[in-house]
Structure formats: C-alpha cells, structure tokens
Design a protein around this ligand. Sequence first.
Ligand SMILES: [Zn+2]
Length: 400
Amino acid sequence: MIVSTAGMRSANRRSALWPQHHVNCFIPPHMLKEIAERGSPARRDRALKTLLVSEQFRGQREALTGLPGLATRALVVGKQRHVYDAEYGSTLPGRLARAEGAPATGDPAADEAYDGSGVTYDLYRDVYERNSIDGGGMRLDSTVHYQQGYDNAFWDGQQMVYGDGDEDLPEAERLFNRFTIALDVIAHELTHGVTQYEAKLAYWDQSGALNESFSDVFGSLVRQRVLGQAADEADWIIGAGLFTPRVDGVGIRSMKAPGTAYDDPVLGRDPQPAHIRDYKQVDYDNGGVHINSGIPNHAFYVVARELGGNAWEQAGRIWYVALRDRLEARSDFAAAARITHALAGELYGAGSLEQQAVRAGWAEVGISVEGDDTGNGKSGCLTAPAAALATLLWPPGKVG
Ligand SMILES: [Zn+2]
C-alpha cells in the first residue's frame, strides 16, 4: 500500500495522540476566542494567555505520553484525595495542601476541589459501584491556583487542574470566578478520566462530542444528587456560578435548551445545537466537540425528563454502562443511540418505560435508535488557534 508522507505524518500524529489522553479543558476555545476579539485589553491578553498556556501544556503532555511509568498512580482502597496548591505557578502537582481526612484548609479553592472530587467519587461508588476514576481505587489528585489569571480547568490525564479565573482583575473586568466554584465543572473534568479508562472516546468530531457530553451528563448528575434534585427540579445548566454577574448568561451550556446558556457582548452567544440537523461542521475545537455535544446532552435530558425522578438512577445507569462496557473510541451519535437503547432493554426490559424514554430522547434530537453510522474523523483541547490569534491580535509593532 502506498501512503503519502503527509498522510503518514498525519496518521502518526493521530496514533501518537490516540488512544492516549488529551488535556480536556473546560472552557472551549471558541469562547476564549470571542473574549480575545471583543474583550477589554486586559481581558483580551488574558484569553490569549489562557489559549497559549493550554496549547503549550498540551504539547508537553503529548511529549510525555510515550514515557513508561508516567501514568502509574498509587492504588488505594476507598476514597483518597490529595489537593495541591500550585501557588500561582505551573509546576504540577505543587505543594500538598490537603490530604484525605485532613481538616478544611480555609482556602475555598482547595476545599471545593476536595469536596467536589469527594462527591464525584461518591456518585460513581454509591450508584454505579465504581471504585474511583480508573475503577481500581485511583487517588483523586487536584491542583488549585494554577498560574495567575488562568481562565480554565482541565484534566491532564492524571489529575485535575484549576485556574482562579479573573479573581486578580478589577471587579469591573471579571468574567469568570474561580473554577472550583462550580461542582459540575469538577465532576465534568473527573469524568474525562472515567472516559479515558473506559470507552476512550476519541476527542474529535462525534466521538469527541460524545466524550464532552458524557462529562456534562455526569457533571450535572453529581450536582443534582448533591442538591437532591429530581430531573424536573434541576436546571440542567453546566457551569452555573462560574460567570460573574457581569456576564449575560446562566452558565457555559444548557442541556435542557442547548444554545441558550449565554448571549453576551464579550462572550458571544452559546453556539450549541439541540438537533442533528443543526450539527456544526467546524475546523476548530476538534470539530466542535464542545458545540455539538449539545445534541447528545439534550437527548439525555429528554430521557431523564421522560422518566422523571432522579436522573442519576435509571437514565444515569444506562449512560454509565454504555460508557463502561459498550462505547468504543470511534463511536458516533448513532452508535450511542443504538447502544443506550439496547442497554435500556437489557437493564430494564424490552419495551420498558426506560427503553421507550431512550428512544424518545434520541428521536427528539433527530437520531433514530436504529440509525446508521455517519461518523467521520478529524483531530486536543485546543486546535492551535493560539498562534493564529496572537498574530491576528498582536500585529507586528504592537507586541509589547
Ligand atoms: Zn470537557
């Protein structure tokens, strides 16, 4: 077989990145790009810095993925958490701030990371009988105060990392609070770890949007369970509390009504579709993984709404078992629909209310549970808009 060198390079790059993990950032690049284009000078610089830091970090991770032993973590029995403090630097994990069982530190970021990773562990253990992220008791490590003015949070393949948002900027300029403030952000990022150990959904196009969606689903479920909310009581907002009052928006995404979470002069408008006919083919954000996740997100919301009661019970179990046992790296939306429908039948009976709800959920977003495969592939957390943006926004002569 003859393969062009360009094709080989591309294939090699792909195999180097996959199935190994990506840095899964919470704030999507399209949002940072909007800020970089429309924000105040300070906000613009910050967004660019966040883009550049994330890109740089991703490069480091990719370089490290080939090293043996890197992913080795202490295996323990029961819930074990370590929270570290990067003290505004970028060395990970940083200084140990709180170990399992230690009293609260008084630092809200450290204590939120501790509590948030704890209740995430609890959902997986208590409801789905899963022992931590890897299923083998992996210790949950988190680092807070990562860099200064870092507007993001990410799972780097081994641990959670949280920026402080805009807490150092003057009040009038702040868009983001510290990232630990939103429990579902914590659970979202930790779920990227679960996906990494289970379905290994490739982080681009439909499989990438599913990867994002599963993180939103379990992010929301952790929050709903802590708040004791049934499906019809929950707001189904992802990242509520993350925006300061200066932002016109209720959160980063809405599972109930994708595309309506925010509409703001600086951040732009929530670009998420709620139906497959509005699927966005874009050449950034790994093919729109944070955008098209609105489609499977909304399907899950409808399933949960149809079933009523606690969404983490039947609906969550079907989604969890799909992620653990059935979905594969290149599964697309149609495959997720077929798999969850089949699983609902296996877990709760053919023709059961659960199975009908799953069918209805996918139907509402335009996907048949008997659907065909329409998946297609393309390529981390940021698809290199940073360098291009820097050129665009810091033209020669204006670089300080
Ligand atoms: Zn994510």
